[in-house]
Design a protein around this ligand. Structure first.
Ligand SMILES: NC(=O)C1=CN([C@@H]2O[C@H](COP(=O)(O)OP(=O)(O)OC[C@H]3O[C@@H](n4cnc5c(N)ncnc54)[C@H](OP(=O)(O)O)[C@@H]3O)[C@@H](O)[C@H]2O)C=CC1
Ligand SMILES: O=C1CO[C@H](CO)[C@@H](O)[C@@H]1O
Length: 326
């Protein structure tokens, strides 16, 4: 059901299907989010670097003001960008991001990457990916230990700004380390997850430790086709997952689309998904991904497509690779 929920270690409940806000233009974000709520979406996945938090919040506020939903029925995830890992910066950023959303609190606040970069004034950050400054130079790394940033997130919970906290783009070693000092639980892990990058060990580790997993870029190469060339480099000569036999056959058997099969492959294993679509029909379709089941054989055949192929590694589009996922 679209209303399926995952209980986080914090005790707070998160919808299993949500809407991703990356690449949703700021000038249409309020309308898109408002329409997504009308379609049935309750979870919105934002980030500082998606540059549309204020507008997304306006869309939610409009739906609340019109009585379509209550604040407590909406789940807002957002993320701390890499340049603000120092405790004082993280506290300031969370406060101003919370003000931008304008909804009283953030449901889930994530460290976007466990990679601290030097502080830079927010308005000087640049696309693509905001890893570079105005001169298109890679921003240097900073000496901020992860425990300092995690402590900041815990204070953000203590002050009521966020209800739950977690991390994105982290590996199992990082999670094990975080667990040694976490005062508030690591409620969630957000990672790239599709059949070409299945990451079964990391997911098993997280789920065994009660860390809810959300997969992003669920369509693999398709998720990157609308991006500039540097992001698409790895999609060359790769069969789109929508065209792979096992995915197509499962779609035919269940009378669903290949996209829905890919989303169900995740949700059936209790992995949340946050697809984005600027198209009304696809937006609706992506929400209907918990009301049918793939067979055990279909799940296994789709998992067997794994190639360890990561598309969202900033190393692929930066002038100087960061080797984050090395
Ligand atoms: N933590 C992190 O570092 C990251 C987090 N994310 C989060 O994950 C979200 C989703 O990931 P993202 O990489 O954007 O990719 P998505 O998985 O959302 O894929 C988006 C692409 O797929 C197309 N699409 C959407 N639905 C369908 C469908 N049913 N059939 C066919 N095509 C479809 C969209 O086109 P159209 O709009 O035209 O439908 C778009 O081109 C992001 O919005 C963001 O919130 C993403 C990357 C990194
Ligand atoms: O969430 C995100 C979407 O992808 C971007 C490009 O790598 C990242 O900068 C950001 O992590």
């Amino acid at each position: 059901m679209p209303g399926d929920l995952v209980t986080l270690a914090s005790g707070h409940k998160m919808p299993l299907v949500g809407f991703g806000l990356w690449k949703v233009p700021a000038d249409t974000a309020a309308e898109t989010v408002y329409n997504a709520i009308k379609t049935g979406y309750r979870l919105f996945d934002g980030a500082y670097d998606y540059a549309n938090e204020k507008e997304a919040g306006q869309g939610i506020k409009r739906a609340i003001d019109e009585g379509l939903v209550k604040r407590e029925e909406i789940f807002v995830t957002t993320k701390l960008w890499n340049n603000y890992h120092e405790k004082n910066h993280a506290l300031k950023m969370a406060k101003s991001q919370n003000e931008a959303w304008g909804l009283g609190y953030i449901d889930l606040y994530l460290i976007h990457f466990p990679v601290p970069l030097k502080y830079i004034e927010p308005e000087t950050l640049q696309f693509p990916g905001w890893w570079m400054d105005k001169e298109q130079k890679l921003i240097e790394k900073a000496n901020v230990p992860l425990h300092e940033t995690w402590e900041a997130l815990e204070e953000i919970v203590d002050s009521g700004i966020a209800k739950s906290i977690g991390i994105s783009n982290a590996n199992a070693q990082t999670l094990y380390d975080l667990q040694t000092y976490a005062r508030h639980p690591i409620s969630a892990l957000q990672i790239e997850h599709h059949p070409y990058l299945a990451q079964p060990e990391l997911i098993a580790m997280a789920q065994e430790n009660n860390i809810a997993v959300t997969g992003y870029s669920s369509f693999g190469p398709q998720s990157f086709l609308e991006l500039p060339e540097a992001f698409r480099r790895r999609t060359k000569d790769i069969t789109l997952l929508f065209d792979v036999e096992v995915v197509k056959n499962a779609a035919q058997r269940t009378s669903k689309s290949p996209a829905q099969v890919l989303l169900r492959w995740a949700t059936q294993r209790n992995i949340a998904v946050i697809p984005k679509s600027n198209n009304v029909n696809r937006l609706k379709q992506n929400l209907e991904v918990t009301d049918f089941d793939l067979t055990k054989e279909e799940l296994e055949a789709i998992s067997a497509l794994d190639k360890g192929l990561r598309f969202n590694d900033p190393g692929f589009y930066l002038h100087k690779p960061l080797r984050i996922f090395a």
